[in-house]
Design a binder for this molecule. Structure first.
Ligand code: TYD
Ligand code: MG
Length: 487
């Protein structure tokens, strides 16, 4: 309930326009369901009386414009965490004054990673303020013991009061602040329970302001449920500089760290860890770890293909799995984990129209093993091969990996860094890599060097190369499509 000295406003999360009452659609920017409820003191300066369509703005006198050329870029000042896979995803470390949200399911290892990071920073760089609202000091101490973190120069603050944290940052001036988690801190003067949208947003705002002002990097932990239904982290994504997600649906104890947003680096870098008895260990050879399930299978399974992708700056070899099943008269279901669903649907459509595979009445489920997320268009081809392999129930040639972007007419488009993909596949014992013939200006080596590579121009050729035992069936399907244009 708003108190008498506060009033309720609704603020659009997209354009920050304020409204006196809730509306389904922001009438300024047109965003649907973007209005969030806030309580604010009456007579807030600069609020313009809350008139419809007004924007939150600071009084002009408080903000001085700076000539762009005189703005000092602070991205060179990065705090290396000393944990290589973490720094990789950050783009070389945490930028001074930046705010990072580490999200992930409960139990995935966020607190473990943060305590290890605190230990590493404290040992190499400077003191760390570690705010734990979730675990008691005892529990953190015990965990530190297990992780081999001495605890020197890590200052543990067991509080849920955000203002106490802000005050302590000023006194301690640490090199890094960790708040585990943002859902457990509260601003006492703001209505709402810990973890509510109001609280999360206001606490993050106060901590962020202090971090920016002091130049101290801040890491916030936040849980997200599978469907993203806890509002907190979603609200936060707009406010912070970097959002990383720790996921753990890989084989065994593999954990992957993906960038979702990064104002200071690429978001396609991925960090790979393994959860052991002494916490998270960096995985030195992610391709090999990601393929462990595959190497333990006695027989090659239909519906699996191997993708040679470049995630960020390094090549990775990852398995893609597909399952097709008759949808039994219902609307065909399409499910994608680890790749974009729209992209998968496009691949399915091209397989149906250009290769002639009868996929219209099939459910198609695709997933990428190891909890990896493939964002590269080059993942199209391995996805297509896995789907074709499942549909035709023929295993893919185990010696071949694949990479290629699929065009709507069934042609394959060149992929960048083909050589690095091939060498990575080679290193892991693959005989070769199916790649688009159109090199797009890239050096693929001479055809003689390329005995191990399979170069193809169309999706149909690629599927035939990957599924040699199915050549005739495919040929039949293709000629039928050719004979019935528009079929
Ligand atoms: P935790 O970091 O508490 O997860 P989060 O903060 O994301 O909720 O990790 C908890 C899990 O990790 C728990 O199931 C125990 C396991 N774990 C290990 O396997 N090894 C370890 O060394 C530690 C500290 C935890
Ligand atoms: Mg935790």
């Amino acid at each position: 309930m708003p108190r008498s000295d506060t009033k309720t406003v609704y603020v659009c999360s997209e354009c920050e326009t304020r409204f006196p009452r809730w509306e389904g659609r922001c009438s300024r920017c047109g965003a649907w369901n973007a209005l969030n409820e806030f309580f604010e003191p009456r007579n807030r300066p600069g609020s313009n009386g809350g008139a419809i369509g007004s924007r939150i703005s600071d009084p002009i006198s408080m903000v001085e414009p700076i000539e762009l050329s005189r703005v000092e870029a602070n991205t060179s000042k990065r705090l290396g965490t000393g944990i290589g896979e973490f720094d990789r995803v950050l783009g070389g470390g945490a930028v001074a004054g930046s705010v990072l949200l580490l999200s992930g399911d409960p139990g995935v290892g966020k607190s473990t990673l943060l305590l290890q990071t605190a230990g590493s920073v404290a040992a190499r760089q400077g003191s760390v303020l570690y705010v734990s609202g979730e675990e008691s000091a005892d529990q953190v101490r015990m965990r530190a013991g297990r992780l081999g973190v001495s605890g020197d120069r890590i200052f543990l603050l067991n509080t849920d009061d955000v203002d106490a944290v802000v005050a302590r940052i000023d006194i301690l001036k640490p090199g890094l602040v960790v708040v585990d988690s943002i859902q457990t801190v509260t601003a006492p003067d703001v209505p709402g329970a810990a973890g509510s949208v109001n609280q999360v947003r206001e606490c993050a705002r106060r901590l962020t302001a202090r971090s920016k002002m002091s130049g101290i990097p801040l890491i916030l932990a936040g849980h997200v449920t599978k469907d993203g239904s806890i509002a907190g982290p979603r609200v936060l994504e707009h406010m912070v500089d970097v959002v990383l997600q720790l996921s753990g649906d890989g084989p065994g104890n593999l954990r992957t760290l993906h960038g979702i947003k990064n104002r200071y680096g690429h978001t396609n870098e991925v960090g790979v860890f393994e959860m052991g008895t002494k916490g998270l260990l960096e995985v030195s050879d992610p391709s090999r770890s990601l393929l462990t399930d595959r190497s333990t299978r006695p027989e090659p399974a239909p519906g699996t293909a191997v993708a040679a992708v470049i995630e960020g700056t390094r090549p990775l070899i990852v398995e893609v799995q597909a399952l097709t099943a008759p949808s039994g008269g219902q609307t065909a279901r399409r499910v994608a984990t680890g790749i974009d669903l729209a992209r998968m649907n496009q691949v399915v459509a091209v397989l149906a129209r250009r290769v002639g595979l009868p996929l219209a009445s099939q459910d198609v489920i695709v997933s990428v093993t190891g909890g990896m997320r493939l964002t590269e268009p080059a993942a199209d081809l391995p996805v297509a091969i896995a789907i074709a392999s499942s549909l035709l129930d023929v295993a893919v040639d185990v010696g071949l990996a694949a990479a290629g972007e699929i065009g709507l007419s069934g042609e394959l488009r060149a992929v960048p860094q083909a050589d690095r993909r091939r060498s990575e596949a080679d290193r892991l014992g693959f005989r070769g890599c199916i790649l688009p013939v159109n090199a797009g200006g890239e050096s693929y080596g001479s055809p003689e060097d390329d005995r191990s590579g399979v170069r193809v121009g169309t999706l149909g050729e690629a599927v035939r190369a990957a599924l040699p035992r199915q050549r005739d069936g495919l040929h039949y399907a293709e000629s039928r499509v050719a004979a019935e244009p528009g079929a």
